[in-house]
Design a protein around this ligand. Sequence first.
Ligand SMILES: Cc1ncc(COP(=O)(O)O)c(C=O)c1O
Length: 477
Amino acid sequence: MEPATESSAPGAANPAVPMDIAARDNLREWDRGHLWHPLTAHSDLWAESGPLVLAAGRGATVFDTAGRPYLDATAGLWCVNVGYGREELVDAAARQMAQLPFFPLTQSHPPAIRLARRLAELLPATPRVFFTNSGSEANEVAFKVVRQYWRRRGQPERLKILGRHRAYHGSTLATLAAGGQTSRREDYGPLPAGFGQVAAPYCHRCPFQLTYPACELKCADDFLARIEQEGPGTVAAVIVEPITAGGGVLVPPDGYLARVADICQQHEVKLIVDEVVTGFGRTGAWFGHQPVAPDAVTMAKGLASGYQPIGAAAFADELFHTIEGTFPGTLPNTPAGDHFRHVNTYGGHPVAAAVALANLAVLEREHLPEQSRIQGARLVCGLVAALEGNPLVTDIRGRGLLVGIELEPGVPRAAARAVAALRARGMLVGRTTDVGPDADNIVILAPPLVIGGEEVDRLVDAVAAALADIAQQPAGA
Ligand SMILES: Cc1ncc(COP(=O)(O)O)c(C=O)c1O
């Protein structure tokens, strides 16, 4: 049996149950034989050392089956906002499982009611909440609701949904059609009709070769141009992430979202804000879009910090009441009736909802959105200083604890090599994957919001050392 290695991270005493080598080998063999990993070429995975098999987590640190610690600057998949090992979330799940393990929301139960009310407090412009199993499903629900809304308003030709290049809204067919990551779509067509993309707000490589503020937010105005080109009466909604996360942490310039909201209002186009990544403190505030008031907000990840799978789509009352047939100007009943015809067995699952409520209480009590702002600033300042002069690095950007480091696109697999080099140093970081040609060159840092200052500094040092090595060997070893 290998001894478990202690982490130096505060609060990260190793909780892993040590596992003997034979048992670990079995797991690796069974993984290789049976598990189909998402978004991963198995040949690449096994060409290196295979997947990390993780057994435990505490704070911002996870431990593999040998007890080796890794500072998790991916927060799982940008979702474990309150960090690992939160007993009160475990207790909330256990209590709810004993009380009422399941009932669908075709009727109701206390955790879903309370969670909907809490989300309505946090999102006053969109106080009507529909629960889903994931972020992808939350976006699907938003698309269906806006299309149904416009039919009930007597404008069935308003069905197009406009997003942006490089955006990601999920892996289902409609969310792939809405997103702007070309490599993710290849092989899966035909995709549903009625979706299109405009320019990304990407100042570092501005699609119009302009500079802020002289650009006067031409990227936002691209929505206006496209809506006018399509015909305003044909556009149902616009969907945007407050910060394009998986597309490379594209932080829009000041005033961008407000301008997009104005354009939508001018043409009565509904605005859907995808807060799946940016919600629940990730960018240093509860949400990334406020004070803009959208018509719909979709969310998942940080809602239960990944302790349970749960998503939601929150809507302005007007959309709900129109579909229910009680809003002035709504057409009389359709033959199918006045209701939203979408059901999901597990949407708003009582255990997931109970855990989400406990998670929101932790976020609030420990001021984690504020912590995200403080540690995010420390992270970016540290990176700017430590990476100064590294010829590989072309930009460092972010907000709160969502940070991107853009690397020279011409250096082969630089971001993938950085991920591997940092893993060898006991740090997990993410990167852009399958975004499109020359776009998989951005390293992404999004640790749990409980990360401490000393951990941030270790992360900075490790990133600087790994990227210095790669800069020395741009063609690879
Ligand atoms: C912005 C955004 N929207 C939607 C999704 C889809 O969420 P899920 O993976 O829960 O379906 C993601 C996932 O990473 C995302 O980054």
